[in-house]
Design a binder for this molecule. Structure first.
Ligand SMILES: Nc1nc2c(c(=O)[nH]1)N[C@H]1C(S)=C(S)[C@@H](COP(=O)(O)O)O[C@H]1N2
Ligand SMILES: [Mo]
Length: 406
C-alpha cells in the first residue's frame, strides 16, 4: 500500500471506531497488560479495526482487549483479532478479480469469483467461535517460544457463505480422494519461508458445517480477516480458516507441507502434554477446540466491594456445546453451578452468570470451569506442550475485595 492509501485506510479505521463509539473504550497509543511478564502491549490502529493489542507487527498479529468479551456476545468486526504467518499479506484487494480455484482429484476443476459463489450456491449463516490454537500461549509455564498471546485471540461471530461441501460437490470429488489442501493469496516475504497451506481430511471438509464465508456479522469480511472470502471450519482451531482463500486442491494422499505437518501439532499423548522442557516422541495435528471458559466482567487486580458479587462469563468448546459451568471462589475447594444464558448454537460462545453472596474483604481467587456435552471438562493444571497450543486450563482470576462502610 502506498502512503496515501495507508492514510486513507487509517482514516477509515478511525472513522469506524468513532462511529461505533468504541474510541472511548480503547485508545490508540494506550497500553494494556496481558497478564504475564513482559505482557504489556500497545493499542494500535489498523484499517477497519478499533485499536487492538499489537502482539507482532510483521506478520501482523493483533489481539482483542479482553474486556470486549464482556460488552457483547458477538464480537464486532472492528474488534476481531488478526493473525498472519506471512509478512506478504494483501491490503488492496479487488473482489471482482479475486478467484478461487478448485482442482486436483476432481472431475470438473472450477474457478469461481465471489459473485459466482453467491449466485451458484445456497447461502448459510452460522454463529461460530474463531480461536487461534495459540490463544493464551503467553501464560504457559514454563514459557514457550512464539507470539506471546494473552486470551484475546478469539472471537464469536456470525459468518455467512456457501457450504464447502456444496462447492466440492460442484467440482465432483473423485473416488480415492483423501484430503484438501487450501491456501490464500498471502505470500512469504522470504524465499525460504514455506507457503501457508493447510490441509484437512476430506471427511471433515464434507461435514455440513464448513463454509466458504464472505460475510462476518452481516458485513463483508474486513480485509485483515480474509476479504473477500475465507474458509470457516466451525469447531476447529482457526489455523484451518484460510483467509483470502484462492486455491483448494483435492489430494489422493496426506499433504505434508510445513504448515500442515509441523505447525499446530501437539504431543500425541492422552492430554497432549509432555514434561515441561521436553520434546514429544510423536505429535498429532490439532483439530477440534478444547472446552474453555472465562469470567469476563472482572480483570486481574480489580477491586470490588464486599457482600454480593455478580459474575458474568462465557464458555465454548469444539462443537458439542456447553453442558455446565461451575465457579469456585476458594481456589477450587468448593464449586457452585452457574446459570447458562441463551444458546446461540453449539459453535458459539455460551454466556453464563452467577451471583456470589457474603463475599468477605481480602484477596479472592475466582475460577470458572466448563464441561462440554461430549464429556470434556477443563483441567485444573495445564498440560505443557512446546508450542503452547490449545491452552484450556481453568484460569485463576485474582481480585481484591474491599470492605465497604454501609
Ligand atoms: N491466508 C491465511 N489464512 C490464515 C492464516 C494466515 O496466516 N494466512 N492464519 C490462520 C490462523 S493461525 C488463524 S488463528 C486465523 C486468524 O484469523 P483472523 O486473522 O481473521 O483473526 O487465520 C488463519 N488463516
Ligand atoms: Mo492461529
Amino acid at each position: 500500500m502506498d502512503d496515501a492509501a495507508t492514510r486513507r485506510a487509517l482514516l477509515k479505521a478511525g472513522l469506524a471506531a468513532g462511529l461505533l463509539g468504541l474510541a472511548g473504550r480503547t485508545r490508540a497509543g494506550a497500553w494494556l497488560d496481558q497478564g504475564f511478564d513482559n505482557g504489556w502491549r500497545e493499542l494500535a490502529p489498523y484499517p477497519q479495526k478499533m485499536p487492538l493489542l499489537r502482539i507482532t507487527a510483521r506478520p501482523v498479529h493483533l489481539e482483542t482487549p479482553f474486556s470486549q468479551f464482556d460488552h457483547s456476545l458477538i464480537t464486532p468486526n472492528e474488534a476481531v483479532f488478526v493473525r498472519y504467518h506471512l509478512a506478504g499479506h494483501p491490503l488492496d484487494i479487488d473482489p471482482a478479480a479475486h478467484t478461487l480455484t478448485i482442482d486436483g482429484k476432481v472431475k470438473r476443476p472450477l474457478t469461481l469469483t465471489l459473485a459466482d459463489l453467491q449466485k451458484r450456491f445456497e447461502t448459510v449463516r452460522q454463529t461460530v467461535v474463531m480461536q487461534c490454537a495459540g490463544n493464551g500461549r503467553g501464560l504457559s509455564q514454563p514459557r514457550v517460544q512464539g507470539a506471546q498471546l494473552g486470551n484475546g485471540s478469539m472471537a464469536c461471530v456470525e459468518m455467512a457463505g456457501a457450504r464447502l461441501s456444496d462447492v466440492l460437490a460442484a467440482a465432483g470429488v473423485m473416488d480415492g480422494a483423501r484430503q484438501i489442501a487450501c491456501r490464500g493469496t498471502d505470500q512469504p516475504a522470504l524465499e525460504q519461508t514455506p507457503p501457508f497451506i493447510r490441509s484437512l481430511d476430506l471427511a471433515d471438509a464434507l461435514r455440513p458445517e464448513p463454509m466458504i464465508a464472505w460475510e462476518m456479522n452481516g458485513r463483508p469480511l474486513p480485509v485483515l480477516n480474509g476479504y473477500p472470502i475465507r474458509l470457516v471450519i466451525p469447531g476447529f482451531y482457526a489455523a484451518y480458516w484460510i483467509k483470502h482463500l484462492s486455491h483448494i486442491e483435492v489430494l489422493d494422499h496426506v499433504f505434508d507441507g510445513w504448515f500442515a505437518s509441523q505447525a499446530y501439532t501437539v504431543p500425541d499423548t492422552p492430554d497432549n502434554g509432555v514434561p515441561p522442557g521436553t520434546k514429544p516422541d510423536k505429535t498429532t495435528r490439532l483439530t477440534r477446540m478444547k472446552v474453555r471458559s472465562f469470567i469476563t466482567n472482572l480483570a486481574r487486580g480489580d477491586a470490588v466491594p464486599d457482600g454480593r458479587l455478580a459474575l458474568r462469563g462465557i464458555a465454548f468448546d469444539g462443537g458439542s456445546g456447553i453442558r455446565r459451568v461451575d465457579v469456585s471462589a476458594d481456589g477450587g475447594v468448593s464449586w457452585r453451578q452457574a446459570e447458562l444464558g441463551p444458546d446461540a448454537g453449539r459453535f458459539a460462545f455460551r454466556p453464563w452468570t452467577l451471583a456470589l453472596d457474603g463475599v468477605k474483604p481480602g484477596p479472592l481467587t475466582l475460577m470458572a470451569r466448563a464441561a462440554a456435552n461430549d464429556g470434556q471438562v477443563q483441567p485444573l493444571a495445564q498440560p505443557w506442550n512446546p508450542g503452547g497450543y490449545a491452552r484450556n486450563v481453568v484460569e485463576r482470576l485474582e481480585i481484591m475485595v474491599a470492605e465497604t462502610k454501609r
